[in-house]
Ligand binder design. Sequence first.
Ligand code: SIN
Length: 534
Amino acid sequence: MAFLQRALFPASRAVAARSQFRRSALPAIANPFVRLSSTMRPKLRDPSLFKENVCYVNGEWVAAGSGKTFEVHDPATGELIGTCPEFDAQDTEKAIKAAEVAFEEFRHRTGRERSKLLRKWYDLMVENAGDLATLITWENGKPTADAKGEVTYAANFLEWFSEEAPRIYGDTIPSSVPGNRVFTIKEPVGVCGLITPWNFPAAMITRKIGPALAVGCTVVCKAPGETPYTPLALAELAHRAGIPRGVVNVITALNNTAEVGQVLTTNPTVRKVSFTGSTPVGKLLMKQCAGTLKKLSLELGGNAPFIVFDDADIDLAVAGAIASKFRSSGQTCVCANRIFVQRGVYDEFAAKFADKVRAFRVGNGFQQGVTHGPLIHQRAVDKVEQHVRDAQQKGATVVLGGHKLPDLGPHFFQPTVLTGMTAEMAMAAEETFGPVAGLFPFDTEEEVVRLANATPVGLAGYFFSRDLHRVHRVAEHLEVGMVGVNTGLISDPAAPFGGVKESGFGREGSLYGVAEYQVTKMVTYGGMGRPLQR
Ligand code: SIN
């Protein structure tokens, strides 16, 4: 677990360690970092991993049929990174066709063969981890240490599912009809349409492709328009790993995203869609999938409660809240969104928490010592600002931060701590998806469980307590798909990731992640006769 913690939150661990020694010397969110110059284009050890103006379809690198492209910008500087193909409906149909043809062969490979391909791909990710991390920082903005952590997390999905591939078993079921025998066979569902987000440009891809390939499916993966270069580099590594043509197809679009999504959700060849993104888009895709009744996994928005009880280890709770709230500058679906602190420890928690946040260093992710990068785009910055202003207007106190950092670049926002939060504020109801922590006071366990559940979504929930009875009670009563008890980090390829209510359905990672890409075929053998006469 320690390796995963390092992988998932390296930058803030560094801060935590450093701040123990240097805290008193640090000014409040003063920032020693400056805007990086535009001439500092990052260098890759292997420049051929940077795929510009091409997508990966049927084992080949191809442009959009229309020749159209879209621009990709560095969120830290706002500058152009490059251009990518603007795939349309026709291009997408071609990719689906390639996946359909490949499926007929790939589905019959043995689990062991598929396992070796995934393992090879994993090895190549590890070998090229530095370059993959560079691409992630460049197009997503997260600091290098966090980007490296993401590469490890992402590669581990391939490793995990390479180990599942040879161990896919059906069942033997005692029939209720004399003389009959019942078996199940686990079959790949078919061609899968995968739609992934920008906040984990590598991990959200491998978390979907890993299990799909493990069971014998083929995929068309729509990479996010904001961060297409990491997925395309992964496609290049899949190619080098020897994954057969047509099995993995990675396509890009920005302005045509809805058109591409429409094809992936309505083409009858696609038998499964897996989407990670917002709840409104998930609902739309589900409607579109209804016409051809596709198998569906939806990993949608959250509004994670993070609860600190009076009996908690406060230092541990502070560390957990920092890890959960500020991972990727607050841009994950499992980030703490509402931090509930019991009144008896509220002031102590708030002071210690603010101290840790004060030690953050915001800046360009490539700059040494930076712990938190920019937000992905202007819409994200606007939403964060609007949540802070709304809370202020309704009576919250800004303990720290609260403003944009235009001197650093277009999308930077100060890590912010708010106290005196109430249920009337926008942050109580909506996912902020940014570096703003709002602390809500509460009095009783019943009250906080009711508040935690008072939302239509239910992805992750966290709480800190040393009372064993309470631990079981609260874990059972939280209406979420994942609970972190005395930890702020729950993501692990071995653990089932997914939500309840309007956070979607289906599980990713773990044994359960495999089942999402399978259908269970039942076979009944009749007339097997009576038992042998002795
Ligand atoms: C997400 O934000 O969608 C995924 C976060 C994670 O895997 O930890």
